[in-house]
Design a protein around this ligand. Structure first.
Ligand code: SF4
Ligand code: SF4
Length: 151
């Protein structure tokens, strides 16, 4: 078909509209309905950090070795501890993690010898202030609490 005839008969326009209407079928919609439906993230996704406790004793798994802080290229982890005079062991007093500087490389969790520090699959970490992105021990131990959206 020559170009003039194609233009007169709106062939290209009709072809384009066919593609558009073919994809209007609700079954074909691929837009994620977040936050109504939370997307599945990849198995190896690294998100919000959590400081794990022993499920049996509910005591922290962290032995205050400082390896995570030393492994972090951003130096954003601060581990505070005190030595127990009776057991001679270091005991965790506070732990801070500055999310605003984290690049979620996972070096800290790889360095942890007790699996105390874990980067979870939660991705909702937005905050209204920089200070709110500095998580302390309590927040880290509580772990992420994903928002459940309701209409
Ligand atoms: S994920 Fe990487 S940047 Fe973030 S705290 Fe761990 S080592 Fe540091
Ligand atoms: S590496 Fe693990 S055990 Fe050591 S201070 Fe960090 S979180 Fe605690």
């Amino acid at each position: 078909m020559n170009t003039v005839l194609r233009k007169l008969l709106f062939v290209d326009l009709i072809k384009g509209l066919k593609v558009t209407f073919r994809n209007q079928d609700p079954k074909e919609l691929i837009t994620e309905q977040y936050p109504l439906q939370r997307p599945e993230v990849a198995e190896r996704f690294r998100g919000a950090p959590r400081l794990n406790n022993n499920p049996e004793t509910n005591e922290t798994l962290c032995i205050s070795c400082d390896l995570c802080a030393l492994a972090c290229p951003e130096h954003l982890i601060v581990v505070n501890s005190e030595r127990n005079p009776h057991t001679r062991r270091k005991e965790l007093t506070d732990f801070t993690y500055d999310l605003s500087r984290c690049m979620f490389c996972g070096l800290c969790e790889d360095a942890c010898p007790t699996d105390a520090l874990e980067l979870t699959q939660d991705f909702e970490m937005a905050n209204y202030s920089r200070e709110g992105l500095v998580w302390n021990r309590e927040t880290l131990e509580k772990g992420p609490e994903p928002n459940v959206y309701r209409r």
